[in-house]
Ligand binder design. Structure first.
Ligand SMILES: *[C@@H]1O[C@H](CO)[C@@H](O)[C@H](O)[C@H]1NC(C)=O
Ligand SMILES: *[C@@H]1O[C@H](CO)[C@@H](O)[C@H](O)[C@H]1NC(C)=O
Ligand SMILES: *[C@@H]1O[C@H](CO)[C@@H](O)[C@H](O)[C@H]1NC(C)=O
Ligand SMILES: *[C@@H]1O[C@H](CO)[C@@H](O)[C@H](O)[C@H]1NC(C)=O
Ligand SMILES: *[C@@H]1O[C@H](CO)[C@@H](O)[C@H](O)[C@H]1NC(C)=O
Length: 608
């Protein structure tokens, strides 16, 4: 044969081979299909489920490779209209890789189906029970491209879509869920781990082995383990609606549905709406820590109160939390206090109405009178909700403690550590001109003298830059991008260096740095902060179990963005205690007052 004829016959051989492919061959053992873009003829499968935009078929000629999904999505709002679940069909179509954002993983699907023929009907449709008919979901790692740590730096050093690694469903969570793409599966005995988002989508864990389960039934992120064994439950395929009231720890009835990557996550799209089998409590125990009313037993609270303005609907609920659950601590670190005009961008920076309205609400509920201390920021220079001028502030009980050598700084003045040690400006902001704080909250330092104390103790109230711009744990970028981490690294150094100066003058100084660090204890900025400052993570000092260290929920994970770090004198003291109060992470969507949980600690700050 002449060369051109050889080529033509090779092409027709390739077409003939393509015509014989199975669903497993189309999916392949990687994330992306080796047949992407090719037209397939006479693809045969059992109809597992239907949605308004397509249907799902399972191979009638499966292989025995757990990496290759035996099911696939056929995208068409019309081609499946006449089909019934249980039909075995054959069809032609084009293999496509679809994603709605460059940040997401791709979904392998069959598009433009044609010649859909029903070969038989009424065949049994049996879901795969996850962990029984499939491998158990991996519990620690997401992807072979994460170098062992989804929070390792730098994030985004590779993309799944570019590397297209071979799936290892026994080891990596993304690979596991990808290996079931399009499949009909059952999750037995699901536990809700986070309340639903505004689309009524909720994360669950089934009856398979899981790491990080907390006492309440949620699942907590720990060092190098961000819980890939969870699955996101999306909108029911039959058009019914999931409940809005589910919450961490609720038990659901078994869920059967289709695994599909869509909107950037591996979802289980249930056949019908979720039903609750047993409700968890939404009300955590109040703190057990009791103030002694003096330096010997001082209670310290910490609470990010989420954009609190004088007219906020949640103000009285925040006050009730401080009274009923935190038991009116002697000193409260607050974050996200807005100015007197709230989010109106009118140049107002004073927050004394916000703070006195909160103090008055607490007094009404409890009779406890608080004074407050803060430093007004320069308008519109500290980020957060535009016009809100959020800042950190302290509430304190003047009969128990007061500012030591009161000398308030302004928004642009840097307080300094002076011999004593003491603070040149009290309260004062730490290095407000540093580039570390551009469009972010400057830390609020203060020195205090508590009743009975011989020496002052020091506090630093922080609200570091948020993780905006992060990519998802299930996104294309590996390791995921930890948004704004470079800034938090700088902020760790500036905050830590200031505290180190106090401890350089007095290694026995009582120092408490607390607030919303917007970072996890096991990620580089917090590790740097501990080593630069010389402070100790209070969760470690107080031996809080790893799974109970959470103040926030994001995606599937209970996680800790809010921390207290304390000086060695406090970390080593037997008087020191710490409790996280889960008033918001346990709540339903409508019951949550803030997006963060508060915490309470107990210290001896006598300094002798
Ligand atoms: C299509 O596939 C089925 C089996 O799945 C087979 O019986 C049939 O002969 C095939 N048809 C064509 C035209 O290749
Ligand atoms: C990953 O994909 C994103 C989006 O397409 C792209 O901006 C980025 O440069 C890619 N990263 C690598 C390491 O290729
Ligand atoms: C769980 O609580 C919700 C409302 O919060 C209620 O509608 C539902 O009936 C409860 N379910 C069970 C099983 O108790
Ligand atoms: C807030 O401070 C201003 C200026 O010092 C003062 O005039 C006003 O009375 C204060 N308001 C409250 C509610 O304390
Ligand atoms: C950390 O801060 C110290 C002193 O404030 C400074 O000398 C050092 O360069 C900083 N390091 C980084 C990485 O910013």
């Amino acid at each position: 044969m002449r060369p051109a004829t050889v080529l033509a016959s090779l092409q027709s051989l390739a077409l003939a081979l393509a015509a014989a492919v199975t669903i497993a061959e189309i999916n392949g053992n990687k994330f992306l299909s080796p047949y992407s873009g090719q037209t397939i003829t006479n693809l045969t499968g059992l109809v597992l489920a239907k949605s308004s935009s397509g249907f799902y078929i399972r191979s009638t000629t499966p292989d025995d490779d757990p990496a290759t999904s035996e099911a696939i999505y056929v995208f068409s709002s019309t081609a499946g209209a006449a089909l019934k679940v249980g039909d075995i069909v054959s069809l032609d179509g084009k293999v496509a890789e679809y994603r709605s954002s460059a940040a997401y993983l791709y979904l392998t699907e069959i598009s433009s189906p044609k010649n859909v023929a029903v070969l038989s009907s009424g065949n049994p449709v049996v879901p795969l029970v996850i962990g029984k008919d499939t491998l158990p979901p991996p519990t620690v790692q997401y992807s072979s491209l994460d170098n062992g740590d989804v929070y390792g730096l730098p994030g985004g050093s590779s993309n799944v879509s570019a590397v297209n690694p071979v799936l290892q469903p026994a080891k990596y969570g993304l690979d596991f869920w990808e290996s079931l793409s399009g499949e009909l599966v059952t999750v037995r005995k699901p536990t809700v781990v986070t309340r639903p988002n505004s689309y009524r989508e909720t994360w669950v864990v089934g009856d398979w082995p899981a790491t990080g389960r907390n006492e309440h039934g949620g699942i907590t992120m720990t060092d190098k383990d961000s819980n890939p064994e969870t699955i996101f439950i999306g909108a029911p395929l039959d058009g019914t609606k999931n409940p809005t009231t589910s919450k961490m720890g609720d038990q659901l009835r078994d869920i059967t549905g289709i695994v599909q990557n869509t909107f950037g996550y591996y979802y289980l799209l249930p056949l019908t709406a979720l039903t609750t089998a047993a409700n968890a409590s939404a009300t955590p125990p109040a703190t057990s820590l009791v103030s002694g009313g003096s330096c010997k037993a001082l209670t310290v609270g910490d609470y990010n109160v989420e954009n609190l303005a004088p007219t906020s609907a949640h103000l009285t609920k925040v006050a009730a939390h401080i009274v009923d659950f935190l038991k009116t601590p002697d000193l409260v670190f607050l974050q996200e206090i807005q100015d007197n005009s709230g989010a109106t961008d009118d140049g107002v920076v004073d927050a004394n109405t916000t703070l006195s309205t909160l103090a008055a609400a607490i007094k009404t509920l409890s009779g406890v009178a608080y004074d407050f201390a803060d430093v007004d920021p320069v308008s519109d220079q500290d980020g957060g909700e535009p016009g809100g001028n959020i800042r950190q502030a302290y509430l304190y009980r003047p009969e128990v403690l007061g500012l030591y050598k009161l000398n308030p700084g302004s928004g642009t003045e840097a307080t300094a550590v002076v011999p004593g040690p003491a603070l040149s400006l009290n309260p004062g902001r730490i290095d407000p001109a540093s580039a570390a704080w551009t469009a972010s909250r400057k830390p609020l330092a203060a020195a205090w003298l508590a009743r009975g104390a011989k020496k002052p103790f020091f506090t630093v109230n922080v609200h570091w830059s948020s993780k905006g711009g992060s990519t998802s744990l299930q996104g294309d970028a590996r390791p995921p991008v930890n948004g704004v981490v470079d800034r938090r690294l700088l902020q760790a150094n500036v905050t830590g260096s200031f505290i180190a100066q106090i401890l350089a003058l007095d290694p026995a100084a009582r120092v408490i740095a607390a607030g919303d660090f917007n970072e996890f204890a096991f990620v580089q900025p917090m590790k740097d902060f501990a080593s630069v400052s010389g402070l100790v993570d209070l969760d470690v000092a107080a031996k809080i179990p790893l799974t109970e260290r959470y103040t926030y929920i994001f995606d599937m994970n209970a996680q800790e963005l809010d921390h207290m770090y304390v000086s060695p004198a406090l970390a080593g003291s037997r008087a020191t205690k710490y409790e996280h109060i889960h008033v918001n992470t346990w709540a339903t969507a409508s019951g949550a007052v803030s997006d963060h949980d508060p915490s309470v600690a107990l210290f001896n700050v006598c300094g002798c």
